[in-house]
Design a protein around this ligand. Sequence first.
Ligand SMILES: [Fe+2]
Length: 208
Amino acid sequence: MLTGTQHTDQHRSLQLIFPTVVERYALSEAETVNRDLEQSIKALSDRTPNGRLDGYSCDIYTTYGVEERLYDYPEFMRITDWMVSCFAAYAHRMSYATSPQGIRLTQCWVNIYQRGFAHEIHTHPNNILSGVYYVKAPPGCSEIIFHAPQAFSSMRADCRNDSGLNQLSHAIQPQEGEMIIFNSAIKHNVPPSEIDDERIIISANALL
Ligand SMILES: [Fe+2]
């Protein structure tokens, strides 16, 4: 057995690999845009039944599976065009190659969270990038929580304290008028809402 080995930073090197890249984009004229969007979303939700699947363990209002082509409606084209530009910026930052026709939204829908409503852990399969635009994110609204792949391993170490090296999840408190973009395969969830105000989002999936 070797003795006298000092595991100091002088004798070891740390490499952090496989980053999880989440980027936030702020819309400059968000206040006006969101006011109009909220009206359009109310009208949409009045005429659209809840698409929540029976298998969901939590309450949520969603147009997913019922109305997920918001980019076809004039009242949503301004925001969906901006969302596409955010996806393009993310793809450029990541040095992703894009097809000649550019970024394509495959789905774009609305979720509304009322008190107690949540979204269980999920991914957005069959897509490359996903993003969420926050039309309403009142003070105290639920965070979006991202989970590391190893968080779901059958065995893992107990940690004596939290650090950036052993972190298995990361919560982001959303801001109104911002879009958060992430790889579609990253697991994420939204905990139950503890406020009376609604949290309203427009979600989108994209292929490159
Ligand atoms: Fe999601």
